[in-house]
Ligand binder design. Structure first.
Ligand SMILES: [Zn+2]
Length: 158
């Protein structure tokens, strides 16, 4: 097997760039997860967090393309979501949550967002939204951590 061939299930891509990025991502998550979780909790615990929930133009486009309504995105996905990643460059945290699509059927979504302090409260700005199962080979088995960068992904645009 050459180093750049596609990994099988349960194997990790050995492309040196992917090995490097996995290390960086893991280190960043270990270092910043608690800070990100605290900030995310503080956002949700404030009065009327939905009032402080905004989508960038790009995110708005994605929600339309991906048939996700903003109210559901907040109420189902973000309000019950949890932090699965943090990129210190740009202070972007990635929230994973689930959206109900039918009886007993849920779609997992990743919501990269930024939390900004304003005079009125903590403001969430959603940068994009994607379903990691559409590119599951780029993520670990829990669809939480990215493990491969060999193909482009929405995350690269953040
Ligand atoms: Zn790779």
């Amino acid at each position: 097997m050459n180093n750049h061939s596609f990994p099988g299930k349960g194997e990790l891509c050995q492309n040196p760039e992917c090995v490097k990025w996995r290390k960086i991502n893991k280190r960043n998550f270990e270092k910043y997860a608690q800070i990100a979780e605290k900030l995310f909790e503080a956002y949700l615990e404030q009065e009327n967090p939905y009032h402080f929930f905004e989508l960038t133009k790009h995110a708005r486009k994605r929600t339309v393309e991906r048939a996700i309504n903003t109210f559901q995105l907040f109420g189902e996905v973000v309000a019950n979501g949890y932090v699965v990643g943090y990129q210190p460059k740009g202070k972007v945290m990635i929230i994973k949550g689930f959206m109900k699509i039918g009886k007993g059927l849920y779609r997992s979504l990743h919501v990269p967002l930024k939390i900004e302090e304003t005079d009125e409260g903590l403001l969430v700005r959603v940068l994009t939204v994607f379903d990691p199962s559409y590119s599951s080979h780029l993520f670990d088995e829990k669809l939480e951590q990215r493990i491969c960068w060999c193909q482009p992904h929405d995350l690269d645009e953040l």
